[in-house]
Design a protein around this ligand. Structure first.
Ligand code: C2G
Length: 727
């Protein structure tokens, strides 16, 4: 007989299951049994995966070809579980260091009937959980008794409000459960019933402080919805009804454990009111929040003791309990206004945003004005630059141009107006301009007015997965997928260089609007240039004319970001060896991605290595270089227009493709150059560049025909004629 039986139903999400089983492996369990119930899953490779884990974990497999529901799946597990304690886990969740081990030690020490730890909601993959803990401080027992602490953990402070009374992350003595089963007809709240059904039997509780269970919200609410993210119809009513049922059942009981539980549940429900319900009550256009939902909530919170609240909250709750809806609405409004004022006093940008929304956005739109931004205001570059050039050369009097720049003193040909990013005049011009032309996602503080026209050129054919297509989330902002949708819903036109990009951007941004698959304006210069342009660029950069040029332009890595939008660069090419082997013939230009904020120190490589990261336009750098070295950046799709050799320095390929984003193409077979993993391999490739070009000739042609077939130097013309000519 095992000490514990771990029951895990698995329906979908192989990549989540891996995190779950990895975290169990790390607990160093003795021979504890894991009952894994395959619940109608048909993802590829599951059998192999389980086979691999079976070498380290004692897995008992129950397989159901067709989905049987979570309740039933757990029941099937319960029927064969033979441990002294039962432990229920979801296959998309994972355990933090020693979480289960600490529960087991507590069980051995106390022999309590019910031993639990804390559940914390997260959007993050396992490797990022540490960082999340900085914001979500785990609960401390403080002066609470074992029973009080355990019940506090049971109701949960840092989990989704619908996950009150979760059975997850608790060791429950088998004897307490007896023949009790989960209600197989209740899809969302079967945990509530189960806990209350066994509650009478449980006489000793023990809560463990340092035992954390990551309750994962799916980072892909569209394709991998977790149960708590499913649309449940009239969700709020359903939720209140279940809650009320439980409260009714426990209200009849007089034992201390029930009184404590009731108080915890009411507290949690009050928090739900304060954080979510109130805003809907005051502002949601759906009247149900002020009628049916209000009544349902009233039934529950009527029992809540508001005297323990701070004064302002107490007054608000009093109005709620008196059903004085008019008064309640104004108290809530005042609460939000005060909060907003506080935010604005601490952030000048939010203050400006308020003026933008309430004053500037009331002004008349200038039908001739085009607001332009490239790479978040850092550069005068990319497709916005080339569209702008075409427009001002062909229609100098018909349109007025405003460039958004972080450095507004920069000289731009044609002398357009420039505004500093997020200055008051930026907000003003943004609300006045008929057109917005941009190549990245929109600035977070702006929202397009209905009659403005937004043209997104985006900034590259994607190799790396984006937005909704992205696998494990490793970003700063767990809500990023919702932001993708918000952004794309504002686009009127999306510019695309090829069919592949059209398809990927449609799916990654869930975009259904108009796509102009007309080629990339930024690549026009790759077809329209002569030697004088090339000489001029070299002069501008002070480069020697007697050497060939290698451009090294890698992308950024999600796990090297240390703050929102700031990423540090680690140069993984050994410049000493490169210099020693190729500097007779070549110089190297190093171009970091625009997210990179640290400077390179190349002083010891003077005359050989040049930092061109601040140079505005990478298209001009393509023009002057003889070889491109990159990794997973979209730069090679553009560079291929020149039909010059490309090398891929992919020193961290495994990590990038598995743990970070993953790719849209098979990088091993689809790219037009060799994958290289060490500096020595890069050197050898450079020395044999002619042979490599020969070797990749056919693949290069295929690649060109798939991705560069539209670009011909006239993309800007086609786009301008379509959008602006006949206006
Ligand atoms: N870029 C650059 N220098 C680099 C890398 C990129 O100037 N060292 C510019 C290029 O114009 C490139 C664009 O930034 O096409 C986008 O860079 P990516 O490395 O592809 O990365 P990202 O910004 O994450 O863009 O769909 C496009 C990409 O998949 C996403």
């Amino acid at each position: 007989m095992s000490f514990i039986s771990i029951i895990i139903p698995f329906k979908k999400g192989k990549r989540y299951l891996i995190d779950c089983l990895d975290s169990l492996t790390e607990q160093n369990l003795q021979d504890e049994e894991i009952i894994l119930i395959i619940n109608g899953n048909n993802e590829e490779g599951i059998e192999n995966l389980i086979h691999t884990y079976s070498q380290r974990l004692n897995i008992k497999l129950l397989t159901f070809e067709k989905e049987i529901g979570v309740g039933k799946a757990r029941n099937e597990g319960l029927k064969i579980a033979n441990g002294k304690y039962i432990y229920l886990m979801d296959s998309d969740d994972y355990l933090y260091t020693d979480a289960l081990l600490n529960l087991i030690s507590a069980a051995k020490k106390t022999d309590a009937d019910f031993i639990n730890g804390e559940r914390i909601n997260t959007y993050f993959i396992k490797d990022r959980f540490d960082e999340q803990l900085i914001d979500a401080t785990p609960l401390k027992q403080s002066k609470l008794s074992d029973e009080e602490f355990s019940l506090k953990l049971l109701v949960g402070r840092q989990t989704n409000s619908m996950e009150v009374l979760s059975v997850l992350h608790a060791l429950i003595k088998r004897d307490m459960i007896g023949d009790t089963l989960f209600n197989e007809n209740n899809r969302y709240f079967s945990d509530y019933e189960f806990i209350i059904d066994i509650f009478d039997n449980v006489h000793s509780f023990y809560g463990v402080e340092d035992s954390l269970y990551a309750k994962r919200n799916s980072d892909d609410p569209i394709k991998l919805t977790s149960l708590n993210q499913e649309e449940k119809g009239d969700e709020f009513l359903l939720y209140c009804k279940e809650y009320e049922n439980v409260l009714k059942r426990i209200s009849l009981k007089k034992e201390e454990k029930y009184l404590l539980l009731k108080e915890e549940m009411l507290d949690k429900f009050y928090r739900e009111y304060y954080q979510n319900f109130a805003v809907n009550f005051a502002r949601n256009p759906n009247d149900k929040w002020r009628t049916d939902y209000f009544d349902a909530l009233y039934e529950i919170l009527n029992d809540f003791n508001e005297n323990k609240l701070p004064v302002r909250q107490k007054i608000e709750m009093k109005a709620f309990k008196d059903k004085n809806k008019k008064k309640l609405k104004s108290i809530i409004q005042i609460r939000f206004i005060l909060r907003r004022i506080k935010e604005m006093l601490t952030s000048y940008e939010l203050f400006k945003q308020l003026i933008y929304l309430n004053i500037f956005n009331k002004q008349k739109i200038n039908e001739k004005q085009i607001l332009i931004e490239s790479f978040r205001g850092d550069f005068y570059s990319d497709s916005p630059k080339y569209l702008y050039q075409y427009l001002y050369e062909h229609y100098p009097d018909k349109y007025e141009f405003v460039w958004v720049m972080n450095n507004p003193n920069i000289k731009i040909p044609g002398n357009p107006k420039t505004v500093k990013k997020y200055s008051l005049s930026h907000f003003k011009q943004a609300s006045k301009s008929k057109y917005w032309l941009t190549n990245t996602r929109q600035p977070a503080l702006l929202s397009k007015r209905n009659n403005q026209i937004l043209i997104s050129t985006w900034h590259g054919t994607p190799l790396k997965k984006l937005g909704f297509d992205m696998g494990n989330l490793y970003l700063d902002d767990p809500k990023s997928k919702f932001h993708y949708k918000k952004d794309s819903s504002e686009w009127n036109y999306l510019i695309s260089p090829n069919r592949f990009t059209t398809d990927k951007l449609r799916s990654s941004f869930a975009y259904e609007g108009e796509v102009l698959e007309y080629g990339y304006p930024r690549n026009d210069i790759l077809y329209n240039h002569d030697n004088t342009i090339i000489e001029k660029i070299k002069d501008k950069l002070n480069l020697p004319k007697d050497k060939k040029i290698i451009l090294y332009a890698p992308t950024w890595r999600d796990d090297e970001s240390y703050d929102i939008g700031k990423v540090k660069f680690n140069l993984k090419l050994d410049l000493d060896s490169l210099k020693e082997s190729i500097s007779d013939e070549y110089i190297i230009l190093i171009r970091t991605h625009y997210f990179i904020s640290n400077n390179l120190d190349l002083t010891t490589f003077k005359g050989f290595a040049y930092d061109v990261s601040k140079y505005d336009d990478i298209s001009e750098l393509y023009l002057i270089s003889d070889i491109l070295i990159t990794d997973y950046s979209s730069v090679f799709f553009d560079y291929a227009n020149l039909k010059r050799p490309i090398l891929f320095y992919t020193y961290d390929l495994d990590k990038y493709s598995n743990m970070l984003r993953g790719f849209y193409l098979d990088i091993y077979t689809d790219v037009p150059g060799p994958l290289l993993f060490t500096t020595q391999e890069v050197i050898d490739a450079i020395k044999n560049i002619d042979a490599i070009s020969e070797q990749y000739h056919k693949k290069y042609e295929e690649f060109y025909n798939t991705f560069c077939y539209i670009d011909d130097g006239n993309a800007s013309k086609r786009i301008v004629e379509k959008i602006w000519e006949n206006r």
